[in-house]
Every structure is written in C-alpha cells, then in structure tokens.
Design a binder for this molecule. Structure first.
Ligand code: F0G
Length: 452
C-alpha cells in the first residue's frame, strides 16, 4: 500500500499562541472598525488570511543566516550572497535590492515609462497599476477571456491574451509600449498560473517588435510548480530548472520577496540592460539606499538569499499547493462558489454567486468577509466593488494562506466556518459606505450594514 497523505515538510520549533477575540466580542470590534477588517487589530483575529505577503514563518536556516548579516553600508558580503542566490535562479545581469516589490515597480516605471505610454500585463496588481499610472502610463490588462469566469476550469487561467497583445501593438505602435509585463501567478485574477507556452508566445511577440518583457515574479516558484504539474514536457523537470527557463525568456523582473522569497520584508529589481541598471541605481540611492542594501538590513538580504531556494524545494511546493487545493476542494464539494481551479497562494470565494440577493453596489464581498470574521474570527480580504469601484468585474473574497504558518487542522477549521456561513447565507445583508478617502478606499473606508 502506498501512503497518500501529504504532510507539512517541517516540524515546529517556536510557537506563537493565537487567541483571537471571543465570538461575543467580535460584533463590537467590527462595529468599532467601521466594518472594515483592515481596521481590526490583529490580536482580535484567530486565523489571519488577509495576505500571504510578509507573513511567512522563517526556517531555522534563515534564522541562522540572519546572524551572519553584515550591516556595512557598502560592499557587505550579505549582498554578495543575496546577489548570488538571485542570479542562480533568475539569471539576470543586474540585481538591485529594494525594501519591497512596489519600490522595484516605482523605480522600473520611473525609468522606462513616460506620459502616454501603455504597459500591457496579464493583470496588473493594484500597486503595479498605481505605480504605472503614477509614471503617466496606462496600465492595460490583457488576460485571456476565461479569466473573467470564476467557475471556468482552465489549467493556465493566468495566461495573457496574445492576440490582444499583438493587436494592441499594431494599433498603438511599438514606440508607445516601453515594456510588456507578465504577473506570475496572476494574483488579481485568482492566483492562477501562466504556462511556459504563453510566456514563450508573449516573448516572441515582444522580440518581433523590440519590446522588453518583464516578469512580476512574486509567486514564481508556485507558478513553476503548476507548470511541472500541468504542462506537457515538464513533469521530469525540477521547479528550479523550470524557473530558469521562465526567466530566460525575460529581460528583467520585479520581485516582492515577501511572497516566494519566504521573507518578512524585501524585494528586488533585475535587468539585463546596463544603461537602465545605471539609471535605476541612481534612483535607488535617492529613496531606497546604496545599491548593496537598497533599504534592507544585511540580515534581511541573508533571509531572502536562503528563502528563495527553500521556496523552490519540491516537497515544500507539493505541500503548499495541496494545502490550498484542500481548502478549495472541500468547500467547492459543498457547492460553495470559488474561482476554479484553486490557485497557488489563495482561494477566492465568488461573493456574487455566494450572495446573489446582495447587489454589487451593496458590497457582497465585504458582507461575506465580515461574516467569516463574525462566525470564526477569520480575516480575509474583499477584491471587488469596494476595492475597484464600478470597474470591478467580479466580487471576490480572497483567503490567502501564509507560507508554513498554519497546519492542516487550521485549514479544516476554515472549511467548517465557511460551510457554516454558507448554510445561513440567505440572512446576510449588504453594506453602505459611511466615509471614504479619495483613493485606495478599501484600506480605510468605514461602512455600515443595511437594515433590509
Ligand atoms: N505584485 C504582485 C502580484 C503582488 O501580489 C504584490 C503584493 C506586489 C506586486 C507588491 O509587492 O507588497 O512587496 O510591495 N501583494 C500583496 C498581497 C500585498 O496581499 O497580495 P509589495
């Protein structure tokens, strides 16, 4: 008999107690927070699935490496180890450390874009879009049509629509498009992977027109593992070999090491272009720091150097993808509507289908996220009408799983809470906004439940 149970490939050396607030206290806490989960103190949360960013548990090797951190302002050996680790996986000539992903984005777009430019992406993450627009360019999303249908099963739902890309270039001219980006995995589109075939096809179009291709590499290891599992010809390759092949098609990348860097802070920008690298380093010095630390402590560079390699370990990726799929499959089995198939770092509930009696203008995603908190102390995040306003094409609730933090029984608990909320869904009411800022309103808006 073969053993089929997939276990966490680690044991726990240091524990962090979680209590959360009592169920009877949650209603009051939520009311005080203006029914916005971003404003609830984290001690009052039992299972925090707000984000997988910067929330990973570090390994013993990472903690040991941190002790080696050399905090010299310039020329630290910690930077040398960081650069070696990044180049060993990503293969780019220049490695520029930044304090997190959005700093890499800001520098990249400041150097490459001007007013009136267009930057196509499978789907821009919100900070990517904001930084692109801040540089005066238009952030254009070109996902395949299947990406807009939550229940549609597609092995690589993160793919870019290559026909649309070719059309965009033909229509506007290559001179208006300073770079094309691919986000791996596609976070805003459900954590869905991009296939190697699609990466190659996008690169081929870019090459024909002399446009550089950059990869938003936040969840590159999870994307590489999906390619191994789902794309013909890759089953026998290691995630590391697949990652090398992915990046051999690109001219550079932005990275938030808070995701597949397994670190609590950090990021980087890579490029093969010597001229751009110089301009990027000049900007880096202005706001981030000297090019051998880029706003990070030497010990952070050490943690990332080790973490990037751990994220590519096959046993880890097998557990990671299985754990996310376990959550998705167990609720989908009971007919709870989710974005299919389960993504790498998160499960996305389809709030419009979950709460069809709540119109989009009454924020079904907020209503669902708040119920999960009231029922079980779980924090998730709305990705829908509150976040994107009337431009939202879906109302989703993302349950993002921090790396190596929660065990199987935590996930089983989350399944049970979701199913309990699903059973009483007809009683759930919508919300209205009481107070909101001018931009990025989802972080601080205050809401109140509607009475009927
Ligand atoms: N790109 C993608 C695809 C992301 O998911 C994020 C962050 C960033 C860029 C920016 O990186 O936070 O280090 O500045 N995503 C987090 C999330 C915040 O919750 O999905 P950062």
């Amino acid at each position: 008999m073969t053993i089929r149970t997939i276990i966490e490939p680690f044991r726990i050396k240091s524990v962090e107690p979680i209590h959360g607030a009592l169920q009877t206290e949650r209603q009051k806490l939520l009311e005080q927070a203006g029914y916005n989960l971003f404003l609830v103190p984290s001690e009052a949360i039992l299972i925090d699935l707000l984000t997988d960013s910067g929330t990973a548990a570090m390994s013993t090797d990472q903690w040991a490496a941190m002790m080696r951190g050399d905090e010299s302002y310039a020329g630290s050996p910690s930077f040398t180890r960081f650069r070696q680790s990044v180049q060993g996986i990503f293969g780019f000539r220049h490695v520029i450390p930044t304090h997190q992903g959005r700093a890499a984005e800001r520098i990249l777009f400041s150097v490459m874009c001007k007013k009136g430019d267009i930057v196509p992406n499978n789907t821009h993450f919100d900070t990517t879009r904001a930084n692109c627009e801040f540089a005066g360019a238009e952030a254009l999303d070109l996902p395949i049509p299947e990406a807009h249908e939550p229940s549609h099963l597609h092995p690589f739902k993160g793919n870019m629509d290559t026909a649309c890309l070719a059309e965009t270039i033909a229509h506007h001219g290559a001179g208006k498009i300073p770079l094309v980006m691919l986000t791996l995995t596609n976070n805003s589109g459900g954590g869905q992977p991009v296939s190697m075939e699609n990466i190659r096809a996008v690169k081929e179009i870019c090459r024909k027109h002399g446009i550089p291709l950059y990869i938003d590499a936040c969840r590159f290891a999870e994307n590489a593992y999906f390619i191994k599992l789902r794309e013909p010809g890759y089953a026998g390759k290691s995630p590391r070999e697949i990652a090398r092949e992915i990046f051999s098609n690109a001219d550079g990348c932005t990275m938030s090491a808070k995701k597949d860097g397994m670190a609590n802070i950090g990021g980087f920008l890579c490029t093969n272009d010597d001229t751009l690298a110089q301009q990027e380093k000049d900007l880096l010095i202005l706001t981030e720091g000297f090019p051998t630390y880029g706003g990070l402590a030497g010990r952070d560079l050490e943690a990332i150097a080790v973490g990037l390699n751990e994220a590519l370990e096959e046993e880890y990726l097998k557990y990671r993808i299985a754990s996310t799929a376990f959550l998705g499959n167990h609720i989908a089995k009971e007919c709870v509507p989710i974005v299919q198939p389960p993504g790498g770092h998160a499960i996305y509930l389809d709030a419009r289908a979950f709460l069809p009696h709540i119109p989009c203008a009454q924020f079904p995603g907020v209503a669902l996220a708040n119920e999960l908190y009231l029922e079980g102390g779980i924090r998730s995040v709305e990705i829908g009408t509150l976040m994107f306003g009337e431009h939202a094409t879906m109302d989703l609730v993302r349950l993002a799983i921090p790396r190596r933090v929660y065990t199987q029984s935590h996930i089983e608990y989350v399944v049970e809470v979701i199913l309990e909320v699903w059973r009483r869904r007809a009683q759930i009411r919508g919300y209205e906004i009481v107070e909101q800022p001018k931009f990025l309103r989802h972080f601080t808006a205050k809401l109140k439940p509607l009475s009927s």
